[in-house]
Write a protein that binds this ligand. Sequence first.
Ligand code: ZN
Ligand code: ZN
Length: 292
Amino acid sequence: MGGIVQVVCTGTADEIDAFVGAIVLRKPVMARIEGVTREIIGTTIFHDFSIGQSSAEEDEIALVPADIAVCGDCLAEFYDPDNPRYLHPFISCTNCGPRFSIMERLPYDRNTTTMDDFQMCEFCMNEYTDPESRRYHAQTISCHGCGPQPIADFRNNGGVLALKGGGGYYLVCSPFDEAAVQKLREIKKREQKPFAVMFRDVEQVREYCSVSEQEEAALVSPQRPIVLLDPLNDKRAADCRPCKSRGVWKNYASNFPTAGIRSRRFRKAAKRSKKAPVGRIWRSWNGATKKL
Ligand SMILES: [Zn+2]
Ligand SMILES: [Zn+2]
């Protein structure tokens, strides 16, 4: 992940051509291959596949990997009561999960992230070491039996929640609660600037904003960017307090949950109120930077 990947294989010229072609064609969803160079070295006969130790010295063009939104496969497990990672807030795989926000140094490996503090359980270790598993060498692998666990949420008078996630603390509040938004502005020292609102999915964001095809594509992309949207011209959209700035309604900025922990908040909110849960403001909090 990031930088140069050195692959050593043995075979006939045709077999190696096919192998290199397959790497390019069938690369992981988030992988980006800038170029492939090949050289012939002494022949070694391999009987299996293994991943060697990363070396910082060889990785002179190391790229800093970005966080990736929770993928469809992980979300399916997240919502499956029969899955061992059912509702696990830190569910992830090789195609998704935090990277940058948990990294302490390059190259990106388990022992260079905050995950180094958590010893894998047998279940996770079996997946981590199984080349057939989609969590083979997934550095963020964890489950309910190991890895970080969510600590108790606490709520202050203003209705702002502080949550501890894999990359530090987050402050969460309802954009419809004026006192909570005011409290968040005080904590974040952000008097005027509108906050982005996180919605559960496109269906929900359409209740408040108009969303073009292009905007939808950006919203659901793995990078989950914040997208500026035009609010609908009705009272419901107007009640979304944080979009208000100096009495003028600004555009909404919106994105979707990027991690299981965020999806879980939406689910909890849905259980608490009979109505469908509505958007949340979700801000990282530098006031408490200690990572898990
Ligand atoms: Zn995943
Ligand atoms: Zn585990």
